[in-house]
Design a protein around this ligand. Structure first.
Ligand SMILES: Cc1cc2nc3c(=O)[nH]c(=O)nc-3n(C[C@H](O)[C@H](O)[C@H](O)COP(=O)(O)OP(=O)(O)OC[C@H]3O[C@@H](n4cnc5c(N)ncnc54)[C@H](O)[C@@H]3O)c2cc1C
Ligand code: SF4
Ligand code: SF4
Length: 622
């Protein structure tokens, strides 16, 4: 790479590389693995000669905001078709916490407590199931007699995404072609503004400033974020990445596309008791509890470890979207508790999922840039699968880049479209995305219609699905007037939270009739203890706050305070003047605050800006 040089007008450091990458998740893993495998087979291939560093191989740099490469949060079951074609001789034993899928079951969970908000129709269904209790119910759960084909992952893998990322990252670093820099948030793309101030061409990445105060103003040890100029910028920064967001702001989305569907996934990693009956490779999918809209999972890893978690979707309209406490109730459901009750909590984590799929697909390429992974709309919400899709889009871009390098063609939109987009369009990822496009529409009409719509789409390959008008994420949060019962409960809980200092989400659940959690200090621990566990949430000093409230007056007037109730890390708390306060050191970077605000400045976005930030979870088990 060329040596760093000062840019006189801006006093910014600038570096030139061939390919600059933002974010290191499965998508980037697939991209960089494809490049490095081709290079290792033939390092003398002239296609790999750097254009910016004479007599050197291609200069490929990847920047990851988290403090290490194993901070990804998701216990995963995946068909792993794309992953296995990159590693045809893959032995799961090489990857910590990986196991072949052995058994897959799907359960509808009944409410064993009586606190969940079930519609009359669902209560009738539950009553009906109860009549046949002896025959079809066990442990307050009804097991579907078969796993629908669209859900099954036979032949696939159970993974810890943190461990998988570390395994991939160590091979990439050992190859010598790629440098990966953790702890380095990317502020955004550099647009090619020399030619046109509204340019949509990208000429690299700008890293976040360091040595600044919480508002971003220079402080002790100030170091302006470096400009990393590149012929190709690869954006794989996931669902809430700052680079992807800034591209969307500048380019807009293709006509008719919008990002309106989200979920927060939260999970525990639990060490099972020695006499556990759960075998590695066991996969359970659940729905119906703790609220009907909340889907859950249990994936068993080797060495008596289990990932157990839930997804709270944006279409759960209630402002009390209180994931940590819901997860504690979930693991206490009789079906799961019999296996988990003598276990020990090892770690936990939370992360947003972009669930719009094809509806939210952005412009995949432009002059000098390409987008891969979940931020590019690859996650399939019918099959509940994102990792293999993300990986495969990375592989497709890797193959496209190799083709262009070999043909000596520049990374302009038309060339990237003719190679990367063409591969993607012809692949199983696109077929799956089309089938899934409308699969979840029904949930905007009600839970039961949601299930019907999903089954229709799944069983007909997407040919049949329910129609629905999907509102922007802020409008999916129902406004409760303060005279309504739910509103009163919210107000009551907010008062309780301020008076005894307990988190708002906790107070809301109690006000709603959920029993208090019987903390045991081992598996059922307070949210605060979970945050402190093993020093797992940390943030380096010297970076600006990455959660910014855009309008103080709007926040003071806001009754719902959904951002506080939903915050996975208790990093957003009720502030003294009525506006919420943010503590960067507690933030797990789940991104939930980005889509959990009912008051939008423009009808589409929330009142929170979520920018590039460092720190977060420090656990490779996630
Ligand atoms: C609890 C949970 C369970 C899940 N279960 C499954 C499952 O069973 N099966 C399945 O297939 N999928 C599952 N998923 C979804 C899956 O995890 C995602 O689809 C997948 O991780 C997407 O990969 P990606 O590489 O596109 O993005 P990500 O994994 O999100 O990676 C993006 C990376 O970019 C980094 N980044 C973000 N912003 C910046 C910035 N400004 N600068 C630098 N770096 C940045 C992030 O830190 C992150 O490491 C689950 C998700 C969750 C949360
Ligand atoms: S960010 Fe949104 S939800 Fe949070 S207080 Fe402000 S207006 Fe309310
Ligand atoms: S402040 Fe941090 S932990 Fe809280 S919701 Fe936002 S991203 Fe998640």
């Amino acid at each position: 790479m060329s040596s760093a040089a000062q840019t006189p007008e801006t006093d910014l450091q600038t570096m030139e590389v061939d390919i600059a990458c933002a974010g290191f998740g499965p998508a980037m893993g697939g991209f960089l693995t494809t490049l490095t495998q081709a290079w290792s087979q033939n390092p003398a291939d002239p296609a790999f000669a750097s254009r910016v560093a004479p007599d050197m191989p291609l200069q490929v740099l990847c920047y990851e905001r988290a403090d290490d490469l194993g901070a990804g949060v998701s216990g995963v079951v995946t068909r792993a078709e794309g992953i296995r074609s990159s590693f045809p001789t893959l032995d799961p034993a090489e990857i910590p916490m990986a196991a072949e899928v052995k058994q897959e079951r799907v359960f509808y969970l009944l409410d064993s407590i009586g606190a969940s908000r079930r519609s009359a129709l669902l209560r009738f269904g539950d009553f009906f199931l109860g009549l046949g209790k002896k025959y079809c119910l066990k442990d307050h759960a009804f097991e579907l007699p078969w796993t629908p084909a669209f859900l099954h992952k036979h032949g696939g893998l159970v993974l810890s995404i943190g461990q998988f990322n570390q395994w991939v990252g160590s091979q990439l670093m050992a190859s010598g072609l790629v440098q990966i820099w953790p702890g380095t948030p990317v502020n955004g793309p550099i647009f090619d503004e020399n030619h046109n101030p509204k340019s949509t061409g990208v000429v690299g990445l700008r890293l976040a400033d360091q040595g600044v105060d919480k508002h971003g103003a220079p402080a002790d040890g100030f170091m302006a974020g470096m400009d990393v100029r590149a012929q190709l910028t690869v954006v794989g920064d996931g669902p809430v990445g700052a680079v992807g967001q800034k591209l969307d702001e500048r380019l807009g989305l293709p006509a008719g596309h919008a990002r309106r569907e989200w979920a927060l996934g939260m999970k525990f990693v639990i060490e099972l008791p020695e006499d556990t009956q759960l075998e590695a490779g066991t996969v359970w999918h659940t729905f119906g509890f703790p609220e009907p809209e909340i889907f859950g999972f249990l994936y068993v890893h080797p060495d008596r470890l289990v990932s157990v978690g839930i997804f709270v979707p944006s279409w759960l309209g209630d402002p009390a979207r209180t994931v940590y406490r819901y997860l504690q109730h979930y693991i206490q459901h009789p079906l799961l508790w019999q296996h988990l009750k003598n276990g020990t909590l090892r770690s936990w984590g939370a992360k947003s999922l972009e669930e719009s799929g094809k509806h939210g697909e952005p412009f995949l390429t432009g002059d000098g840039f390409a987008r891969i992974g979940e931020g590019s709309g690859s996650t399939n919400m019918l099959t509940g699968s994102g990792v293999d899709e993300a990986w495969t889009t990375g592989v497709q871009l890797g193959e496209a880049v190799l083709e262009l390098l070999r043909d000596g063609k520049p990374f302009m939109k038309e060339n990237l479209a003719a190679t990367y987009e063409k591969r993607r369009c012809a692949s199983w990822v696109e077929r799956g995305a089309r089938e899934a496009r409308n699969a979840r529409n029904g949930f905007h009409l009600g839970f039961v219609r949601g299930l019907v719509g999903m089954a229709l789409a799944g069983l007909t390959g997407g040919r049949l699905a329910l129609r629905a008008n999907i509102p922007p994420a802020p409008r999916q949060i129902r406004r409760h007037g303060m005279t309504e019962t739910a509103g009163l409960k919210l107000k009551e809980a907010a008062a309780l939270s301020v008076s005894d200092g307990r988190p708002l989400h906790d107070a809301l659940m109690t006000a709603r009739g959920w029993p208090e959690i019987p903390f045991d200090g081992r598996l059922l621990v307070t949210h605060q203890d979970a945050l402190l566990m093993g020093g797992k949430v940390q943030a380096m000093p010297g970076f600006a706050d990455h959660v910014v409230f855009l309008d103080n007056g709007r926040c003071v007037a806001c009754e719902e305070k959904t951002c506080v109730a939903m915050c996975s890390g208790q990093a957003i708390t009720p502030g003294p003047e009525g506006a919420p306060a943010f503590e960067r050191e507690k933030c797990v970077h789940c991104g939930a605050c980005l889509w959990n605000c009912p008051h939008s400045p423009d009808g589409e976005r929330s009142s929170i800006e979520f920018t590039a930030g460092s720190g977060g979870l420090h656990s490779a088990e996630n």
